[in-house]
Design a protein around this ligand. Sequence first.
Ligand SMILES: O=C(O)[C@H](O)[C@@H](O)[C@H](O)[C@H](O)COP(=O)(O)O
Length: 268
Amino acid sequence: MALTWTHKDRGEIRVHENLEELSIDLVDYIAEISEASIKEHGVFCIVLSGGSLINLMGKLVEPPYNKIVDWAKWYVFWADERVVGKNHDDSNYKLAKETLLSKVNVFPRHICSINDTVSAEDAATEYEFAIRQMVKTRTVIASENSDCPRFDLILLGMGSDGHVASLFPNHPALEVKDDWVTFLTDSPKPPPERITFTLPVINSAASVVVVATGESKANAVHLAIDDLTSLETSPSLPARLVQPSSGNLIWFMDKPAGSKLDGFKFSE
Ligand SMILES: O=C(O)[C@H](O)[C@@H](O)[C@H](O)[C@H](O)COP(=O)(O)O
């Protein structure tokens, strides 16, 4: 049984017994938001990241999800991408394609990946331009509260340093406010060249999910969610800066990742 609660300003927290339970809850949630978004505005604009998150979504290609999800209405984006060829093992696109997208009926033209033949800077500029065109044609909804797109669902993993997408602690990309997509050529985690959604775009989504598993994430989870003592306060922890302005925030984690949370301790 999952332990779930809502923090007064850090969203809903779901701590699962194990990865199997977490992955079922995660795909249930994705299927639910997909259905609600399609009912509301005809399409589902989902944003992926890399890492273990993609394998945790694997059940989507199995019954009943593969039959109940309206794949033809999906538009797929990436919150961050490594600037490598699409066939490179570091490519987030390749991971999602092999694990999920090649196994369901998402239209290839609805899969919005980066141009892998240009520099990181140009790839970021082109990706933002492509998204702006889709906001213009109303495939992606415009936010009412910011000059940003309002994606239906942004799925983020989290590193043990608290990074989300390719927004790393103390990196200047965290400060970018005027662009929707920015680039890095000095990522602290290899490969160095990446593009990433900026915080204003992440925080304009209708729903943001952060998935964190394993004991190595426990401290970052605590710093991202709990009310901190003045000693611990770390204003630039990227995961703590995920604060959708008028959307939902949900944390999916396993027990080891949640083990340092105040709410977890109280429930033991
Ligand atoms: O671009 C990257 O280097 C990874 O995609 C990275 O951002 C990942 O999402 C997190 O580090 C969480 O990864 P795990 O869930 O696999 O620990």
